[in-house]
Write a protein that binds this ligand. Structure first.
Ligand SMILES: Cc1cc2nc3c(=O)[nH]c(=O)nc-3n(C[C@H](O)[C@H](O)[C@H](O)COP(=O)(O)O)c2cc1C
Length: 388
């Protein structure tokens, strides 16, 4: 076995040690039951992939019923989901993998069909600039505070279910990002306007989750936060805003920052003069206060080792882990030659991937990109996953 840096353990400030630096990022593979409960398919999918990686982040789970973004999405908005969430946590935690529950509110990135007749909500009554998107209703201040509390209650459920942490989904154009973006947030109260006001919603959620963790977690429990560093819309999130935000996040008590991009080494989407990869600019700003997770197009051990060499603590393999559930085990066993970089459609069942996921991948490939990106190669890479 090669002496890869990414196979070395890492100990967080809160005392939790993860066995290596490889992460499965959140991937909604659309296996939740109609009501958002964990299904047997979900458990099977997770059981195939657990055990090798240091951290395994669940598909996004909605913290309120109106926060549901997709059919087949998990829910953590009620205690009735706890028994099956506990099974999911236990399945993911086999052989020392840490299980993290991702918490989402989709905001306007849903529709009244998915919400069974309810109008979507957001920071402002502005539809997402994509075909067919519905105009949401702007949340009242009371409702905003209720959603902050819903994230806290979901965090408590994650603790009760036996997860090792939660990740706040502040990325990929969902509600928290909608508040941070000057495009989707045109409020004039304390939740909109200046960058300080626009980051308030995300920081309040972190605070509320932290209070719950301090009160209820009896063993070290991680609080992660996922961001998308830029938007292409004008106005929209620019890296200067993001650097201010990550500066605040790094001191907010989170345990890690997850930077969502379709290509881990992507440079600015808006500033062609900028030659440095965005992840390195964020790294400089964070300055080792919290570890980073980098993601986007990483596939081979060499790809992951390059992330380590840049001083980034964790590397996440998304679509590659759909194709290759035993990636870490194969590297550890010196079987790198057998890592799958392509799968055949006939293998899907064995990989625990269901047909609804294929439709979803088509959507990702033909849209701006799931990770809120305009990376033109994203759709090629998604298409490449399922080449027969
Ligand atoms: C099928 C699929 C589902 C995804 N679901 C989520 C999700 O629930 N939450 C999230 O934050 N990101 C989600 N993502 C984005 C991934 O976490 C990751 O950022 C993206 O796939 C880029 O990494 P990769 O190139 O390694 O696949 C999803 C991606 C895919 C392909």
């Amino acid at each position: 076995m090669t002496d890869y840096q990414f196979l070395k353990p890492y100990t967080f400030k809160n005392g939790m040690t993860v066995k290596n630096r490889v992460v499965i990022p959140p991937m909604t593979e659309r296996s939740g039951l109609e009501d958002g409960s964990v299904s047997r398919d979900e458990l099977y999918y997770a059981s195939l992939r657990a055990g090798g990686v240091g951290m395994f982040i669940t598909p996004a789970a909605n913290v309120t019923a109106t926060g549901k973004g997709f059919e087949g999405e998990l829910a953590v908005n009620d205690d009735r989901y706890l028994p099956r969430l506990a099974k999911l946590a236990a399945t993911m935690k086999q052989n020392g993998t840490k299980a993290i529950l991702q918490l989402i509110h989709a905001g306007r990135m849903t529709n009244s069909q998915i919400l069974r007749g309810t109008q979507p909500v957001s920071a402002s009554a502005i539809a997402a600039p994509r075909d067919g998107m519905e105009t949401p209703r702007a949340l009242s201040e009371t409702e905003i505070k209720e959603i902050v509390v819903a994230f806290a209650m979901a965090t408590r459920r994650a603790i009760l279910a036996g997860f090792d942490g939660v990740e706040i989904h502040g990325a990929n154009t969902y509600l928290i990002q909608q508040f941070f973006s000057p495009n989707s947030n045109q409020r004039t109260d304390q939740w909109g306007g200046s960058v300080t006001n626009r980051m308030r919603f995300g920081l309040e959620i972190v605070n509320a989750a932290k209070m719950v963790i301090d009160q209820y977690a009896q063993t070290p429990f991680l609080l992660g936060y996922r961001i998308s560093p830029e938007e292409v819309e004008n106005p929209g999130i620019r890296i200067a805003d993001t650097l201010q935000f990550v500066d605040r996040l790094a001191d907010s008590g989170i345990d890690y920052l997850h930077v969502s991009m379709g290509n881990a080494w992507r440079k600015s989407l808006n500033d062609p003069q900028e030659t440095r990869p965005t992840i390195l600019r964020i790294k400089d700003q964070v300055h080792d206060r919290v570890p980073l997770i980098s993601v986007g197009g990483l596939q081979s051990p060499a790809d992951v080792e390059k992330v380590m060499a840049a001083g980034i603590t964790f590397a996440a393999l998304g679509r590659e882990y759909l194709r290759e559930p035993k990636w870490v085990q194969k590297v550890e066993a010196g079987l790198e030659d057998t890592i799958r970089y392509r799968v055949n459609r006939t293998e899907l069942e064995d990989l625990g991937l269901n047909p609804a996921l294929l439709d979803f991948l088509d959507v990702i490939g033909t849209d701006l990109g799931y990770a809120g990106e305009t990376d033109a190669t994203a759709s090629d890479r998604v298409d490449a996953i399922f080449k027969d």
